[in-house]
Design a protein around this ligand. Structure first.
Ligand SMILES: NC(=O)c1ccc[n+]([C@@H]2O[C@H](COP(=O)([O-])OP(=O)(O)OC[C@H]3O[C@@H](n4cnc5c(N)ncnc54)[C@H](OP(=O)(O)O)[C@@H]3O)[C@@H](O)[C@H]2O)c1
Length: 137
């Protein structure tokens, strides 16, 4: 009986010691790890992003890309992204005047060639027309 209590006492002291050690060591260790790991992680991510930008950018030099809705918003930005990859662009929207300015900018970004065409994608004939233009680019 006495020996059982003694064993429990030793076990309890050991647990107290482990708790004391963990309370003392773990929080500062976590802070130190965070202080070193966070900048390292940020550096690795920046390198990865740079590598992806430099070496995995798709080469579109022999491709023709039709972009509908290219006169503003998402379509306009997509046009610039493909221009940076050297693609030939066919920009489609109803407002031809806006497409002109965007085509200039796309050439500046590196587009191989830029054609603009005023078309309404609701009209089937218009769609046929600009798809044929892209085929015979
Ligand atoms: N921006 C966002 O955060 C967001 C988020 C989720 C979803 N969306 C959706 O994504 C689409 C584009 O958004 P956005 O912000 O880029 O809009 P936006 O700036 O208004 O651009 C719409 C483009 O579509 C063209 N367009 C509209 N009707 C057309 C038609 N019948 N024929 C040919 N071109 C036509 C417009 O050019 P013309 O007027 O010159 O024809 C314009 O170039 C929208 O459907 C929007 O609801 C946008």
């Amino acid at each position: 009986m006495i020996s059982k209590f003694t064993n429990l006492g030793i076990l309890s002291s050991a647990m107290d010691f482990i708790n004391f050690f963990l309370n003392l060591a773990v929080p500062p260790a976590c802070l130190v790890m965070l202080a070193f790991a966070w900048p390292t992680l940020c550096f690795i991510r920046a390198c990865e992003r740079l590598y992806n930008t430099l070496y995995t950018m798709e080469n579109m030099e022999d491709k023709v890309v039709i972009i509908t809705g290219a006169s503003s918003g998402i379509g306009e930005q997509i046009a610039y992204e493909y221009a940076k990859r050297g693609a030939s662009l066919l920009l489609v929207a109803r407002r031809e005047d806006r497409l002109r300015g965007i085509s200039e900018k796309a050439r500046h970004f590196g587009a191989k060639q830029v054609l603009i065409t005023a078309a309404d994608v609701v009209k089937e004939d218009d769609c046929r027309r600009f798809v044929n233009e892209a085929i015979t680019y």
